[in-house]
Write a new protein. Structure first.
Length: 209
């Protein structure tokens, strides 16, 4: 009985999360109410408050969940690099890894990247906790590449900006990609094609002898 109860609680919580992602993506944070979330998840309004407390707390939960796993993807790639890859190959594999992560969590990625453009206490906290760590890990890779003469001596802050933009832009501006470039960032084929451009960019910053 206890196992079944735990299973039901987990299912209810996940249903609320899924409903929130769908509604935040469709109507935005301000256009969604707790009652809307409860109706979409097919649960009582009280259960939303029980599991998450408030709509604001739900947004915080989703954003932290996204960035926690996002940083974990970077850390795993860096750890793997220490054992058997060049900096250039690590940069390529990391970019593809992060593209797949965002594509797998497509609607959540759109919500998070959109919310990060709006200044708030939550966003500042997330930047301090997660985005500064992202910056540190990426800077560390580029610095190593320059020191080992794998990469050209280009200002590291500019390298990180360009590199990160390639990874995030498809999920920050999906409408632009669809309407202007006729590209669909939610499709697997997009990454297959986009990866060639990332490889070319890395080749351009590679040190030539």
């Amino acid at each position: 009985m206890i196992v079944k109860a735990k299973g039901r609680k987990k299912e209810t919580k996940q249903a609320i999360i899924n409903a929130t992602i769908a509604l935040f993506q469709m109507h935005g944070y301000n256009g969604t109410s707790v009652r809307d979330i409860a109706a979409e998840a097919n649960v009582n309004v009280a259960l939303v408050s029980y599991y998450f407390g408030s709509k604001k707390a739900l947004l915080e939960y989703l954003m932290e969940m996204f960035f926690k796993e996002y940083i974990q993807e970077i850390e795993e790639a860096v750890q793997l690099h220490k054992s058997n890859t060049t900096v250039c190959e690590c940069l390529f594999q990391l970019a593809i890894k992060l593209l797949h992560y965002q594509q797998k969590n497509f609607y959540l990625s759109l919500i998070v990247h959109r919310e990060v453009t709006i200044d708030s206490i939550l966003v500042r906290e997330l930047m301090t906790t997660y985005l500064m760590k992202e910056k540190y890990l990426m800077e560390m890779l580029f610095e190593e590449g320059i020191q080992k003469h794998e990469l050209r001596d280009i200002p590291i802050d500019l390298l990180v900006l360009q590199y990160r933009d390639m990874i995030v832009t498809p999920f920050l501006q999906p409408l632009y990609l669809r309407k202007v470039h006729v590209l669909e960032p939610s499709q697997r084929l997009f990454i297959d094609r986009y990866s060639g451009m990332i490889r070319t960019w890395i080749e351009q910053i590679r040190q030539s002898f």
